[in-house]
Design a protein around this ligand. Structure first.
Ligand code: CDP
Length: 656
């Protein structure tokens, strides 16, 4: 190991004091954690009492009673998410039919924390302790007292009920001035209990971090005493490759390595795989969890003693000039590196192996990451603020101000979709309806994957090459998409709400896609996953249908008139129009909005067909910008759908 690694000079203590995202609890927590310890299985009650927040129980309850807002700052895994809601419940805050809500940044975190708290409280998940994520509600009105939810779900609840009355108990206090809580927030810092973490760096830069990560895991297993290993890679594609490489190496190296249990971890992981991650490692085994940055702050894995840090993560990045939002693999910041290392010191002193040099860490790594707000398309954020009644978004007190270009882009798109009016207010009814539709679009920049879903296409849609194109998308990240919502709301004008509803539902699930490159076992597993996703599509479709009915939009099929379907799609996606460069030999298109070079993705049925004009649903960026979910259009449909947008934007004769 010493040939490859050298210990770093960073003081271990610096790893343990800061919580990168400043955990904020009581209706909001930026971190959460998971699973029972693999080291001596103390009773659940004992485990609860060992957590750092336990010593602050009285102080927390006192501050919550006295202050309108209490902020608790503490390291990831110190017990903020799992314990504080229980303390509040035990102190009577959920009496009288009120709810204690606790938000988490990710869906997976919501699910795992809720099931942990249900287990600690000895109740069935979905009863006293429940959770709500988009399209899945595991609560029981009148019975649930502690509810975990994503930030997104809470924001949607605020739209219907701005005062969040089902969570409030303060109302009863307002009558008496003695009991009025202090409006100044209280801030309480919970001291962590982390152990020291020894940092090791590579001596020379590595050219292939995946292979380096695999080698490092094997070296740790060879040289280091028991303890689980957590490897930080970037995304599902990386992780799947590393899992495969490691399993191959294990087979090759033989018996001593059979103790390694290799597990992937990323959002969208099927439930059974999630459970494996959080099951304590059995004696004689060593768990190797290969994860995205979800294990950095959103989940805590208890038995981890060794961390392998690739130095990269997949990050959203947005270019307001080209209006392209993409997921790119980028170097992490020092703050992330410290947080990753800290994951090794939760149960006893640990080690972190950084797959980059100390010099790089000290001299080149950015101190902090760029806030997500400054790396995102602002469209859905603007809608949400508007729907909450915050109209002056330019004067809004942003935690990190977005760029004026990004803001202008967002306003422009929303105006052109008819979601905002000339005074930048939500339109009635379209704007308010769009704000209410919980639609998101999955997208990611991974290698092409091929679908096996033709069966479903024929069951659900019966025809249509367009749908096949939609189906051939791989998974992974999501953006809120008012364009899809607008398409849904416009479908009735084209007599195809039935078809569009199905298309929109498909765009909301993540995992119907499988690779046919897999061997038989993988193929069978994939089929199972697909079956689950199919059920989910039907479920989402049902929910969207109820929403549409609520808006008074009837369900109507256009009976195979694909022109109508395409026109309805354009009603939402006209801004994503592209035309084929006339003399292009290689299928190059240019976007009408920003003249960006884009190409039809090879997995699309329109790849090589290259229609003259197309509209896409999403872009993925790898070596080039690729359009996914593409349909062929007539340019005149663009001016029909959005005359204001196209008249001033594109003085292209083809459009006049
Ligand atoms: O919110 P915070 O990051 O401060 O911590 P938490 O989510 O409340 O987690 C506190 C502890 O609960 C973790 O350190 C784990 O030991 C345990 N936990 C668990 O074992 N399984 C879960 N699914 C969640 C938490």
């Amino acid at each position: 190991m010493s040939r490859f690694w050298k210990p770093g000079s960073e003081k271990p203590s610096t790893l343990l004091v800061d919580d990168e995202e400043g955990g904020v609890v009581f209706l909001s927590s930026s971190t959460s954690s998971a699973s029972s310890s693999g080291f001596g299985y103390a009773s659940l009650e004992r485990q609860r009492q060992r957590l750092p927040v336990y010593r602050y129980r009285k102080a927390i309850l006192y501050l919550v009673e006295r202050h309108a807002t209490t902020i608790v700052v503490g390291e990831t895994g110190s017990g903020k998410s799992t314990q504080i809601p229980q303390y509040l419940k035990e102190a009577g805050w959920a009496d009288g039919g009120r709810l204690i809500g606790c938000t988490q940044p990710r869906r997976l975190a919501v699910q795992t924390v809720a099931s942990r708290v249900a287990e600690e409280a000895g109740v069935k998940l979905g009863e006293e302790v429940g959770y709500t994520i988009r399209f899945e509600d595991q609560t029981n009105p009148g019975i649930t007292m502690i509810k975990f939810l994503t930030d997104g779900v809470l924001i949607r609840e605020m739209m219907e009920d701005p005062l969040l009355t089902k969570y409030r108990r303060r109302n009863s206090l307002l009558g008496s001035s003695d009991d009025m809580p202090d409006p100044e927030p209280a801030i309480l810092s919970v001291e962590g209990k982390g152990y020291t973490v020894e940092i090791h760096y590579v001596e020379e830069p590595v050219s292939d971090y995946l292979q380096a990560a695999v080698n490092t895991v094997l070296l740790i297993h060879e040289k280091e005493p028991p303890g689980d290993i957590l490897v930080f890679l970037t995304g599902q594609d990386d992780i799947d490759t590393a899992v495969k490489l490691l399993n191959e190496e294990i087979q090759h190296l033989g018996r001593h390595y059979f103790d390694l249990l290799i597990l992937p971890l990323y959002s969208g992981l099927p439930r059974t795989d999630q459970d494996l991650i959080f099951t304590p490692t059995s004696k004689g085994k060593r768990k190797v969890v290969i994860s995205t940055n979800i294990a950095e702050t959103s989940l805590t894995l208890e038995g981890v003693v060794y961390v392998v840090d690739s130095g990269f993560s997949k990050q959203k990045c947005y270019n307001p000039v080209s209006d392209i939002e993409s997921l790119v693999v980028a170097p992490i910041s020092k703050a992330s590196a410290r947080q990753r290392a800290g994951r090794a010191g939760r149960v006893r002193p640990g080690k972190c192996f950084r797959l980059y040099t100390e010099e790089y860490y000290l001299n080149e790594m950015q101190a902090e990451g760029i806030p997500e707000m400054q790396r995102s398309n602002l469209v859905s954020c603007v809608i949400q603020l508007k729907a909450l009644g915050i109209d002056n978004i330019l004067g809004f007190d942003w935690p990190a101000s977005p760029s004026p270009e990004a803001m202008i882009r967002a306003l422009e798109v929303l105006y052109s979709l008819g979601i905002l009016d000339e005074d930048a207010k939500l339109t009635v009814p379209i704007g308010f309806q769009v704000a209410e539709i919980p639609l998101v679009l999955w997208y990611q920049g991974s290698p092409a994957m091929v679908t096996m879903s033709s069966q479903l296409i024929h069951v659900e849609f019966s025809k249509s090459w367009f749908v096949e194109d939609i189906i051939s998308r791989p998974y992974s990240c999501m953006i809120k998409d008012p364009m899809i919502s607008k398409m849904l709301l416009s479908a009735n004008d084209f007599g195809c709400s039935d078809e569009i509803l199905t298309i929109a539902s498909f765009l909301s699930v993540q995992s119907v896609w499988v690779s046919v490159r897999g061997v038989k076992k993988e193929f069978d597993e994939a089929k199972l996953r697909f079956a689950a996703a199919e059920k989910k599509v039907i479920d989402i479709r049902g929910q969207l249908l109820r929403l549409m009915k609520g808006f008074g939009i009837p369900l109507k099929s256009c009976e195979g008139d694909m022109k109508a379907v395409r026109k309805a799609i354009i009603a939402g996606s006209f801004a994503n129009a592209c035309h084929l460069e006339e003399y292009s030999q290689n299928g190059m298109y240019k976007t009408t909005r920003t003249s960006q070079e884009v190409y039809i993705h090879p997995s699309s049925v329109l790849f090589r067909v290259n229609p003259k004009w197309v509209v896409y649903q999403s872009l993925v960026s790898t070596d080039k910008h690729y359009m996914r979910n593409v349909i062929a259009i007539e340019p005149s449909w663009l001016t029909e759908a959005a005359p204001h947008f196209y008249q001033y934007r594109t003085p292209n004769p083809a459009l006049s």
